[in-house]
Structures are given as structure tokens and as C-alpha cells.
Design a protein around this ligand. Structure first.
Ligand code: ZN
Ligand code: FE
Length: 244
């Protein structure tokens, strides 16, 4: 069994620590910064031996160097990230493409190339553990902004995510849920699953509680980008959200 810990950093980023008790290995996914992530690991008696980056943005790789430096005390830290963004990230020890396997103990993550937010964005899917780390591509009731890609690419990404098992846990990198949900309600005001979810989200946020991880099943019912029927519909929704 893998244990996953959410580390909130900066204004709304989530760094995820994955720990395998059998091998005692720990992975930090998208460390925006080093110190709070190192502290969250140390508080549990864990040492970070790997970093998995999803894309080159600073709020996902900013902690790479600091964690790598600290890891000299316990045997080092291997940094894995997208081959297509290796030049922009700079600190990668291993570059990966679609279909590559990345391991933590006996657990295997498959790399999915999901370009659109950035041109080389990847996700890490652990099919046997029912988990996926999606960076800034899929959010609770939302999707990433299209900084370096097209609506067609994001539509294809959403279709791929939607094809995963319903009970797959989705670990996204930001707390954007309430804003996404408010916009989603303007698009699908009669979606009862969406209305119910937003009530729960509003309650959680009023208490300053996190609303992620989410699941593929929940997103299939409430995510208007995953529910877009074609590229044009996704494009229109993305443009409207960006303008709002
Ligand atoms: Zn980003
Ligand atoms: Fe981000």
C-alpha cells in the first residue's frame, strides 16, 4: 500500500509525497519549494529519494535543487521529468516519454504525455494502485489553461482520463475547485451531481479544508471540460472560463 500526503505550499499549490512502507521509498511530486516538503517528509521519518515533475513551471520544479541538495544526507534524490521539457527544467536526472515506467518500490507508474497546459506536460498513472498524478492538466471540476497547446490536445487528454477506472484517485497540483465549480454551474446549472458537489466544496472551503484529491468517477459526473462533447465545446468553455 502506498501512502500519499498532501503538502500545501505557496498560495494554492499541493505537493504530493508518495511513500512505500515496504521499500521505505518516498517520492515528491512537483515540489514547488523545498523546505516545507522536506519538513513534511522528516516529520514522518521519511527521506525523499525521488522527485517526479509533470511540467516545467516554477511552481512545480522550484524545490528540485533544494531537495536534491538536502538528499545528499541520505543517499541522493533522482529527478524524473518530461523529455520534451528537459532543457527548461535543467535539473532532470531521467527524462521520460509516453509509456515509460517509473517506480517506487514494487509500484509502477506509467507516463502519459498530456500536452496542452505546457507542450511536454506528463502525468504519472499507477494503474495497480488506482492513482494518477496529473499536475496542471486535470483539476477538480476544471482543466489547466492552454498556455502551450490547443483545445484539441486538451480534449484528447480529457478523453484519456475519462477512460480510466471510476475509482482512480486524481492528485492535482492546485486548490482551484471552488472557482472551477462556480464556473461549471454557469455551464450546467441543472447538473444535480455538480450542485451537490459544490455544496460540499463550499462547506469545505469555508472551513479552509482541501477539496482534492478527487476521482475520475466524480470528474466524469461534474467536470465540464471532461464532459465536453467535442473540441469546439471544450474550446468555448475554456475561453469563457479564462475571460471570467
Ligand atoms: Zn503549470
Ligand atoms: Fe501550477
Amino acid at each position: 500500500m502506498l501512502e500519499v500526503v498532501r503538502v500545501p505550499v505557496l498560495s494554492d499549490n499541493y505537493v504530493w509525497l508518495i511513500h512505500d512502507s515496504v521499500s521505505a521509498e518516498t517520492v515528491a511530486v512537483d515540489p514547488a519549494v523545498a523546505e516545507p516538503v522536506l519538513q513534511a517528509a522528516a516529520a514522518r521519518g521519511w527521506t525523499i529519494g525521488q522527485i517526479w515533475n509533470t511540467h516545467w513551471h516554477g511552481d512545480h520544479v522550484g524545490g528540485n535543487a533544494g531537495i536534491k541538495a538536502a538528499a545528499k544526507a541520505w543517499g541522493g534524490c533522482t529527478i524524473t521529468g518530461p523529455a520534451a521539457e528537459a532543457a527548461r527544467i535543467g535539473s532532470l536526472d531521467r527524462t521520460v516519454r509516453e509509456g515509460a515506467s517509473v517506480g517506487i518500490g514494487d509500484h509502477v507508474a506509467r507516463v502519459m504525455e498530456v500536452p496542452a497546459h505546457t507542450a511536454g506536460h506528463i502525468a504519472y498513472h499507477l494503474p495497480d494502485d488506482g492513482m494518477i498524478f496529473v499536475g496542471d492538466t486535470l483539476f477538480a471540476m476544471g482543466c489547466g489553461r492552454l498556455f502551450e497547446g490547443t483545445p484539441a490536445q486538451m480534449f484528447a487528454n480529457m478523453q484519456r482520463f475519462a477512460a480510466l477506472p471510476d475509482d482512480t484517485t486524481v492528485y492535482c497540483a492546485h486548490e482551484y475547485t471552488q472557482s472551477n465549480g462556480r464556473f461549471a454551474l454557469t455551464v450546467e446549472p441543472d447538473n444535480m451531481a455538480l450542485r451537490e458537489r459544490m455544496e460540499a466544496v463550499d462547506t469545505a472551503r469555508a472551513r479552509d479544508e482541501a477539496t482534492v484529491p478527487t476521482t475520475i468517477g466524480l470528474e466524469r459526473d461534474t467536470n465540464i471540460f471532461m464532459r465536453a462533447r467535442n473540441v469546439a465545446e471544450l474550446a468555448q468553455r475554456r475561453a469563457a472560463k479564462d475571460a471570467g
